[in-house]
Design a protein around this ligand. Structure first.
Ligand code: INI
Length: 162
């Protein structure tokens, strides 16, 4: 029989799967009418899954392009089991938005692989403000919650790999 490992499994049902875990959330202020809603969804999900609010640190950065550096600093401290990155890049009239979201994505991926800490990418990239709002607590759910769930699962999963 194969040994199956799944970070979504909760080894201790009496406590939530996030109990005892420490999280950093790096969130960008640009388009904060979207990112603040992502942050609310993220924190709600962590806490409803047993995370202690005192074990969650939130770091605001100016824009999505600044997320990777703050995430790297968080990951390098060794204080956090996972780092969650939240941002919103909305298409404008120039290609600038594409440069911003590509920079954020590549930087975040690099931080995770370089440090071995789960670093979750939840930088929305949408054509319109309405599409971003729909994903920040609107008709398409709240991607901040999904980011929190991914952080919990990756932390649990990595703990099973020895
Ligand atoms: N930053 C965002 O987070 N979202 C955007 O949509 C955005 N646009 O479109 O320009 C944006 N730009 C700022 C960027 O992240 C940096 O803060 C800035 O370039 C300074 O480095």
């Amino acid at each position: 029989m194969p040994n199956v490992h799944d970070g979504a499994a909760n080894p201790n049902p009496e406590q939530g799967p996030a109990a005892g875990l420490r999280f950093a959330v790096v969130v960008s202020r640009f388009n904060d009418f979207v990112t603040a809603a992502l942050l609310d969804g993220c924190i709600d999900h962590l806490e409803s899954n047993g995370a202690d609010p005192d074990q969650i640190d939130i770091y605001w950065v100016p824009g999505a392009f600044e997320i990777p550096l703050a995430a790297q600093k968080c990951a390098q401290t060794g204080r956090f089991d996972a780092v969650i990155c939240l941002g919103a890049v909305i298409e404008g009239e120039t290609d600038h938005y594409r440069l911003v979201v590509d920079g954020a994505m590549h930087g975040i991926a690099r931080v995770s692989l370089d440090t071995g800490v789960p670093v979750i990418f939840e930088v929305l990239a949408t054509q319109t403000t309405a599409l971003a709002m729909a994903r920040a607590g609107g008709s398409a759910g709240n991607k901040g919650e999904e980011a929190a769930q991914a952080a919990i699962e990756m932390t649990r999963l990595l703990g099973t790999i020895a």
